[in-house]
Design a protein. Structure first.
Length: 203
C-alpha cells in the first residue's frame, strides 16, 4: 500500500509542469475610482451578469485561472467562481515562509471531511470526528523552478510520519461552484488512507 501511494504521488510530481504564468497567484485591486467597486462577472465579458464585487482597496485576491486572451482572471465570491478584468488587478505574488510553503495555505477535503492549514511551519489538521492536531512540517520540498507552487511534504503525522503532495491543477471541493487552483494528496501516517482535496492561498 505504501509503495503504491508513493508511486502515485511521484507520478503526479513529475507529470506536472510549471506554467509560464504561475497560478494561482495573489493580486491587489488597483485603478478603481473612489466610491466605486470592481465587478465580478459570471463570465469573462464586460456585459456578463454581475455576481459580486471587490472593494477598490481589496488585497490578496486569489486568481485561480486566466482566460485565453489573458484579460480576465477567475476569482471566487461566496460559493461560486466569477471573473474580473485584469486591468484592475496588480500581481503581488505569493509569500513563501521559511518552511517553504505558501504562508497561510489552507486545504480541505470531503468524504471524509478534513482540513489542514500551514501555521508557522506546523500543519494544523482537523476533522469533525477527531481532536485537531498540530503536526510539525519536516520538509516542504519545491522543484527549484521560480513561481512553481508544487510541494512534496513530510511531517510528524498521526501514529507515524505523514506525507503529501500539493500541485497546481483545476480542483473542485464537490460542495460548491467555487474554483481552486491547487490540489493536495495527503497521508497522515504511513498506513493511513490517502486523502484528496483542494487548497487556497487566500481563505
Amino acid at each position: 500500500m505504501k509503495a503504491k501511494a508513493l508511486a502515485l504521488i511521484c507520478a503526479m510530481f513529475f507529470s506536472t509542469t510549471a506554467t509560464a504564468e504561475p497560478l494561482p497567484q495573489l493580486y491587489d485591486v488597483t485603478g478603481v475610482a473612489a466610491g466605486d467597486v470592481l465587478n465580478i462577472r459570471a463570465s469573462d465579458s464586460a456585459s456578463a451578469e454581475i455576481i459580486g464585487t471587490l472593494p477598490r482597496d481589496a488585497q490578496a485576491v486569489e486568481v485561480v485561472a486566466i482566460n485565453d486572451a489573458g484579460s480576465w482572471g477567475q476569482v471566487n465570491t461566496a460559493e461560486r467562481a466569477g471573473w474580473v478584468n485584469l486591468t484592475y488587478l496588480a500581481a503581488r505574488g505569493v509569500h513563501i515562509d521559511h518552511y517553504n510553503l505558501p504562508d497561510g495555505l489552507f486545504c480541505m477535503g470531503t468524504e471524509p471531511f478534513w482540513s489542514a492549514q500551514n501555521t508557522g511551519g506546523r500543519l494544523h489538521f482537523d476533522t469533525p470526528d477527531t481532536p485537531a492536531r498540530d503536526m510539525e512540517i519536516w520538509m516542504a520540498q519545491d522543484s527549484g523552478i521560480e513561481g512553481d507552487l508544487r510541494r512534496m511534504l513530510q511531517f510528524a503525522g498521526i501514529g507515524g510520519p505523514g506525507m503529501g503532495f500539493i500541485y497546481p491543477t483545476q480542483c473542485s471541493d464537490g460542495m460548491s461552484d467555487r474554483a481552486y487552483g491547487l490540489a493536495i494528496s495527503l497521508m497522515t501516517a504511513p498506513d493511513s488512507a490517502m486523502l484528496s482535496g483542494c487548497c487556497t492561498l487566500s481563505r
